[in-house]
Design a protein around this ligand. Structure first.
Ligand code: ADP
Length: 535
């Protein structure tokens, strides 16, 4: 190492091994990058579609995740290569913006890279390829708009929304219960949606899970759940029109703050003290009753005597509720958190249509459901399942379904799935290629071939002959001039995706094509890779 000075006199260090750094230039750089991107896409390819395989990923601390959600697989993989990281981010941005189609977008990008490799080998300049891809993606997106259809739904006609969510759930592990889960997702989204502004705040939908029970027991709760139970087993398990006092002060006589001494040397004195204490509790309970509370939710505990008294005075209570949950209850029920007993007033009570305690199985596991809350439209999806992995995967699948329903509310255009939209776009892009006299037409054709990769992967994953199936479907689309023939993955006997009710949102599909093209263009434009490692 040597110290040198720049023209401003600032010192900098020269590292001798500078030239030992790995460096790739020109075509080599592009090829290395392409193969890194392709490697990532290859991993996800087998997970695409309803018959796609799942991946099992083990984290360094031994946690196991089983999933076929593209974004999750890539997120859990420890990817070192920078280009591979771009693919990971690609899948995440699809997840972030749309929520579904995270596998498809990476498979599409992989196919575009593969096609680009052939073009580069034939001597076409990467910039021409990138430009051709850009043109082709615009043609494809325009064509998607052309073949898209409007999907009508209303609050009393949710069937179409349910069907679209079912398409998403088809390819997940939870597809056994796709109908009920899709209904839950749609109802949850409609509960929090603002249909006039076409907006859905997914933050208002809480997804909770509890191990045990069956997936079929998963339910939608119009309110919130708290992992607590009534403080006394004989307290009522169900309270209608509950008025809730939310307390962060202890339910006990105040402790003296400085040292005091109380001498109790006779039974009478002890009795007096006890009666005093009891009266104190009694007053507290009375105060709650006076303001009209029918349920007390306490951040702190109270001893058995207070508990007994509460039960006797018929004032149900819940103790040891965490701060975060307390806040949530306060927001949902429109109540105020009361830090001091003296401040309890009727207006500070939270209101809920129904508070009930639910027991699970034969265990002592109980939870509190606070439903039909006054203020908030917040809902909770409560997932049940045999093990933690199942619950986690259901949560992810639910997230996808919720996103699809939200996307449809934002924009109710759909295209047909099962690869049919891609085949139709491929035909359109191929036809458009002839109109371009320049070298770009090769790239445009290559783009059309890349689009075919999605139906091919779907066919391959379902055990069908990919090339045969694709060419049959393609010729059928051309002959019948339709855009709804796709891959019959589930072997239902028809490849008409309208009949099979396999839809995807237009914005999701558009985003897939645009994002994949963007990333591939970016990768193609890199012609110099300098890294601290040797290649
Ligand atoms: P992604 O993470 O990209 O959503 P999936 O594994 O969920 O990937 O697969 C989605 C693909 O599967 C879409 O192209 C969709 O059209 C297709 N698909 C879903 N259900 C069916 C079905 N019943 N028949 C044929 N294709 C289907």
């Amino acid at each position: 190492m040597a110290l040198a000075f720049d023209e401003y006199g600032r010192p900098f260090i020269l590292i001798k091994q500078q030239d030992e750094k790995g460096r790739l230039r020109g075509l080599d750089a592009q090829k290395a990058n392409i193969s890194a991107g392709k490697a990532v896409a290859r991993i996800l390819r087998t997970s695409l579609g309803p018959k796609g395989m799942d991946k099992m990923l083990q984290s360094p601390d031994g946690d196991v995740t089983i999933t076929n959600d593209g974004a999750t697989i890539l997120e859990q993989m420890d990817v070192d290569n920078q280009i591979a990281k771009l693919m990971v981010e690609l899948s995440q941005s699809q997840d972030y913006e749309i929520g579904d189609g995270t596998t498809g977008v990476v498979v599409m990008a992989g196919a575009l890279l593969e096609q680009a490799e052939h073009l580069l080998e034939r001597g076409i300049h990467p910039i021409r390829v990138a430009e051709g891809y850009e043109m082709a993606s615009r043609i494809a997106v325009e064509h998607l708009e052309h073949i898209s259809q409007k999907f009508e739904f209303g609050l009393d006609n949710i069937e179409s929304l349910v069907q679209t969510c079912m398409t998403t759930l088809n390819s997940k592990i939870v597809n056994r219960c796709k109908r009920s889960l899709a209904e839950i997702a749609v109802k949850a989204v409609l509960a929090v949606a603002d249909l006039e502004r076409k907006d859905v705040n997914l933050d208002l939908i809480k997804i909770e899970g509890k191990v045990a029970g069956k997936l079929e027991d998963t339910e939608l709760i119009y309110g919130i759940t708290v992992d607590k139970e009534m403080s006394h087993p004989q307290m009522p398990k169900q309270i209608e029109d509950a008025k809730i006092a939310i307390l962060t002060c202890p339910f006990e006589p105040p402790k003296p703050k400085t040292k005091h001494k109380v001498d109790i040397d006779t039974v009478e004195k002890f009795e007096t003290l006890r009666v005093q204490e009891q009266k104190y509790f009694d007053d507290m309970v009375q105060k709650c009753k006076d303001v009209g509370a029918t349920l007390v939710i306490c951040q702190w505990g109270f001893d058995d005597e207070a508990n007994h008294l509460l039960m006797n005075r018929n004032l149900p209570a819940v103790r040891w509720v965490g701060g975060v949950e307390l806040e949530l209850i306060a927001i949902a029920t429109g109540g105020r958190i009361v830090p001091r007993f003296q401040e309890l007033t009727p207006e500070k009570l939270g209101k809920a249509g129904l508070v009930r305690e639910k027991a699970f199985g034969t265990t002592k596991d109980r939870m509190l459901y606070i439903e039909h809350c006054a203020n908030s439209r917040a809902v909770t999806i409560f997932i049940r399942g045999g093990n933690k992995m199942m619950i986690e995967e259901t949560k992810r699948s639910m997230h996808d379904a919720l996103c699809v329903a939200r996307n449809l509310i934002r924009n109710n255009s759909i295209v047909y799935g099962g690869g049919s939209a891609e085949i139709s776009c491929s035909i359109a892009v191929e036809a458009a290629a002839d109109k371009y006299p320049g070298v770009e037409q090769y790239a445009i054709r290559a783009f059309a071939d890349a689009l075919d990769c999605i139906p091919m992967a779907l066919a391959e994953n379902s055990g069908l002959q990919p090339i045969e199936t694709l060419s049959a479907v393609k010729s059928q689309q051309i002959k019948e001039n339709n855009s709804y023939c796709g891959i019959d993955c589930n072997d239902t006997g028809t490849n008409d995706m309208r009949e099979q009710n396999v839809f995807e949102t237009l914005i999701g599909k558009k985003q897939q094509i645009l994002l994949a093209t963007q990333v591939v263009k970016m990768i193609l434009k890199i012609d110099d890779v300098i890294s601290p490692f040797d290649y």
